[in-house]
Design a protein around this ligand. Structure first.
Ligand code: NAI
Length: 265
């Protein structure tokens, strides 16, 4: 994969998909900046990569913190070549039961965070740079009890398209990736619900969950010169799961409760 060496900022880079991406981009010679809400983890990950990688704490929903982060990076490293937003959370709950606070927290991190990432990237990227937003299979496939996450991720897909149009005059490319189920700390809770991951895999033509590297490889490609004619694209990375259906989390949890009650009785 040909690419010139660049400064790459990975928001949410201290864990899961972001961390796999950071390693792949550092391996090919990028100067990787890991920015994460967990500042200690960001620093530890950067230390693992070794110089010139650096870690910073950032709250992706805080406009002033994001501006300060990008100003600091520009001052330390010069123009940025690539920005990847991997920060994400999920607060499940049916629409009837989901609190407004959980809705807002999810939309804030997943969608407003993506907006601020693009906004600050647009100020700080060199012309010809690139942005990757991590959306989700749930941006195009609904899941019961996932209204906030699905809505936010669908918004991220449209945000990437609008940003691609607006930034094209400067040669800045903006793309999105849609991971399916990937084993990371974010999805650890799902593994505790009996049968849930199995059902996901049954609905995945390639017959397995994803790895963080599966997603990181494509992000590394999208931020390289090899993707020089790609913008406004959304790439499905899910083993074909978008052709099938998403598991019903509420039904699985109900089954789990029934089973444990039956066992107790
Ligand atoms: P993860 O939990 O392993 O990593 C997310 C990282 O984002 C963490 O290091 C966390 O500290 C950071 N973060 C969370 N909130 C933040 C905030 N407000 N400001 C700054 N950093 C923050 O999760 P994972 O799985 O690597 O997720 C990465 C992205 O991929 C997320 O956007 C997620 O929605 C998306 N995704 C993940 C899927 C999966 O199955 N794991 C499937 C589809 C999409």
């Amino acid at each position: 994969m040909s690419t010139s060496t660049q400064v790459a900022v990975i928001i949410g880079g201290a864990s899961g998909i972001g961390w796999a991406t950071a390693q792949l981009m550092a391996d090919r010679g990028d100067t990787v900046i890991i920015a994460d809400l967990d500042g200690a983890a960001a620093n530890a990950r950067a230390a693992e990569l070794g110089a010139p990688a650096t870690g910073y704490r950032v709250q992706v929903t805080d406009e002033i913190a994001m501006r300060t982060l990008f100003d600091t990076i520009n001052a330390e490293y010069g123009p940025i070549g690539a920005v990847v937003d991997c920060a994400g959370i999920s607060r499940p709950g049916t629409i009837a039961e989901l609190s407004l606070a959980d809705w807002q927290a999810t939309v804030d991190v997943c969608l407003t965070g993506a907006f601020l990432s693009v906004k600050e990237a647009a100020r700080s990227l060199r012309d010809g740079g690139s942005i990757v937003l991590v959306a989700s299979l749930n941006g195009r496939q609904p899941g019961v009890a996932m209204s906030a996450y699905c809505s936010a991720k669908a918004g991220v897909l449209m945000l990437a398209e609008v940003a691609a149009m607006e930034l094209a005059p400067r040669g800045i490319r903006v793309n999105a990736v849609n991971p399916g189920f990937v084993h990371t700390p974010l999805t650890q809770g799902a593994t505790l619900v009996p049968g849930l991951v199995d059902e996901y895999v049954e609905n995945t033509p390639l017959g397995r969950a994803g790895t963080p590297e599966d997603i990181g490889q494509t992000i590394a490609f999208l931020t390289s010169d090899a993707a020089g004619w790609m913008t406004g694209a959304a790439i499905d990375l899910n083993g074909g799961a978008h052709t099938m259906r998403y598991p019903n989390i509420v039904q699985r949890i109900a089954d789990m409760t029934t089973t444990s009650t039956t066992n107790e009785g």
